[in-house]
Design a protein around this ligand. Structure first.
Ligand code: URA
Length: 192
């Protein structure tokens, strides 16, 4: 019998530790932040890397960015239990520096396994780091809010919530992008 999704995800998590992915980050991190949410959700949200709060708790998006993400989700009547959330890099980079290309490359095969296991209808990337895993040449200022088909996946790049914290004028744009999600999902469901 095939493994249940939760068991498959647990196996991926164990493999990350067993295969010693990004040992330098693992050394300084308190937790591996693997992902959280509804394994049967239609939407998979992919962020960049854990910050301080995420490192302390082992949960993705529990700090300031997470609060803004929750706000955006609730503006379209969704909450954490309606989505699954993970990051490309699963250990906190020291001092919240940007993840290195080599770190993203090392985690990418595990992210791909998570996507195959979860089989979401829509993958939402937050910010340029996760977007560029799928659309290496895309520019977030141009690609945000547009649906892309990459191989089998439906990819919707959105601004990272941190961008809306540092630049409040972006929030209206972010909200409008989030408001596109229900109709994008309806379109994908129809095509299935
Ligand atoms: N920013 C991210 O990209 N991911 C988190 O989990 C938290 C903040």
């Amino acid at each position: 019998m095939p493994l249940e999704k939760k068991e498959q995800l647990e196996q991926i998590r164990v493999d990350i530790e067993k295969n010693n992915v990004c040992p330098d980050l693992a050394k300084t991190a308190k937790h591996l932040v693997f992902g959280y949410g509804n394994v049967d959700a239609e939407i998979l949200i992919i962020g960049e890397a854990p910050g301080k709060k995420e490192d302390e708790t082992g949960m993705p998006f529990v700090g300031a960015s997470g609060r803004l993400l929750d706000e955006m989700l609730s503006s379209i009547s969704l909450n954490r239990e309606d989505v699954y959330i993970t990051n490309i890099v699963k250990y906190r980079p020291p001092n919240n520096r940007d993840p290195l290309q080599s770190e993203k490359d090392q985690f990418l095969p595990y992210l791909k396994q998570q996507i195959t296991t979860l089989a979401p209808l829509l993958v939402i990337t937050l910010g340029r780091h996760s977007m560029q895993c799928f659309l290496p040449n895309a520019i977030i200022g141009e690609a945000h809010g547009l649906l892309f088909r990459v191989k089998q996946e439906n990819i919707l790049p959105l601004y990272h919530p941190a961008a809306g914290i540092y630049n409040r004028t972006l929030r209206e744009t972010m909200k409008k992008d989030f408001e596109k999600i229900p109709e994008i999902l309806a379109l994908i469901r129809k095509e299935k």
